[in-house]
Ligand binder design. Structure first.
Ligand code: PLP
Length: 373
């Protein structure tokens, strides 16, 4: 089986995190922490936000959660959505629609006309109306790997500020951008500080340090909303894992060279994947600029991406993730988390499966082409 579906880096977790967790376990004291996170973990997030975003939150503007996922869910619950709409662009991270529904809100998916992964800001701004409670932006994006421009983010931030709409920035991949200086900190777009904003920034250690199983994420935002998120969490999970918070502090404060290593590996794997995909005639690709995904357009070969993914699984033993889960049919999300060999072998098998099992007549643009491969 070749796994091109993975959503977590293959790297080992930082040594500092292992040691800190081992020491805590050896001490035999792993207790409840403050509901919104330990002072040490909040301090580590304050430092992180200062370094990465150029702003310095107060402790009451930070809440630590069981993964970025819980931080996002908490934000949606705390915003109290019943009957209100949350806007986000397709392709989107699979969990957004259900999270919004669970919080009582209505997901409103914005599908750019040309399926562009970087549409103009007006696609989002023009969709804001009196029902809009919040917008979620995810840059770099899962599944497309697209990174939104400063103009795009600032235009949306300005519209949100003017219309009293919340902006949730899901920045979980923000340090996994292949080029320097292309990612924008939302605070560069805001005239005031964190407290005056209606902005919540979500982050975590999962993707950065390969610490997905530790389940530590966080949110930074105005104290009233962050306080509500912490109080809700107090009733739902009591607190994030003490052991995991200790490990996360060590990862955030330890040697950061693993991030550069991961970024280099992902950039190199993305280039290999793009090169291999050139061997699949009719498959269209927009090069990812970050993350560990590439969202390739297989519409020439399928109407249903689920059926195509199933065929690839059964015939070629290759795992991919169908695009319908991300709100964009006809695409497959291919992951670059594995090795270069896995990527090469995976795409070679996809080609073989398409050669043998896909229809002989395929669509390339508006044209019907009979495949001679
Ligand atoms: N946001 C996006 C866009 C993701 O892709 C993921 C994980 O796949 C998360 C949030 C959740 O991350 P965590 O493991 O910190 O809950």
């Amino acid at each position: 089986m070749i796994h091109l579906g993975s959503g977590e880096p293959a790297c080992l977790i930082p040594e500092a995190a292992v040691q800190a967790a081992q020491e805590m376990l050896a001490g035999g004291q792993v207790r409840y922490t403050a509901a919104s996170g330990t002072p040490e973990m909040k301090q580590a997030v304050i430092q992180y936000t200062k370094e990465q975003y150029g702003v310095s939150p107060e402790a009451n503007q930070v809440v630590i959660s069981s993964g970025a996922k819980q931080a996002l869910a908490n934000a949606l619950y705390a915003l109290s959505l019943p009957g209100e709409e949350i806007l986000f662009l397709a392709p989107y991270w699979v969990s957004y629609p259900d999270m919004v529904r669970l919080a009582g809100g209505i997901p409103r998916v914005l599908v750019p006309e040309d399926n562009s992964f970087t549409p103009p800001a007006r696609v989002v701004v023009d969709a804001i109306d009196q029902r809009t409670k919040a917008i979620i932006l995810n840059s770099p994006n899962n599944p497309s790997g697209a990174v939104y421009s400063r103009e795009f983010i600032c235009e949306i931030a300005q519209a949100c500020a003017e219309r009293g709409v919340w902006l949730i920035m899901d920045d979980i991949y923000h340090r996994l951008v292949f080029e320097d200086n292309v990612w924008t900190s939302i605070y560069d777009c805001l005239p005031g500080g964190i407290e005056e904003s209606r902005v919540v920034v979500i982050n975590g250690v999962s993707k950065l340090y390969g610490m997905t199983g530790f389940r530590i994420g966080w949110a930074v935002g105005p104290s009233e909303l962050i306080g509500a998120m912490g109080r809700m969490q107090a009733q739902i999970t009591s607190c994030p894992s003490a052991l995991s918070q200790t490990a996360a502090v060590a990862a955030l404060q330890g040697d950061q060279s693993c991030i550069e290593q991961l970024r280099n590996d992902l950039r190199s794997n993305a280039n290999i994947l793009l090169e291999c995909l050139k061997d699949l005639p009719g498959v269209k690709v927009q090069a990812p600029r970050g993350t560990f995904y590439c969202f390739a357009d297989f519409r020439a070969y399928c109407d249903s991406s689920s059926k195509l993914a199933e065929m690839l699984l059964n015939r070629a033993l290759v795992i991919t993730v169908p695009g319908d889960a991300f709100g964009m049919e006809g695409h497959l999300r291919l992951s670059t988390c594995g090795s270069a060999e896995q990527i090469r072998e995976g795409v070679a098998r996809i080609r073989w499966a398409l050669d043998s099992h896909a229809p002989k007549t395929i669509k390339i643009g508006d044209q019907e082409v009979t495949r001679d491969w």
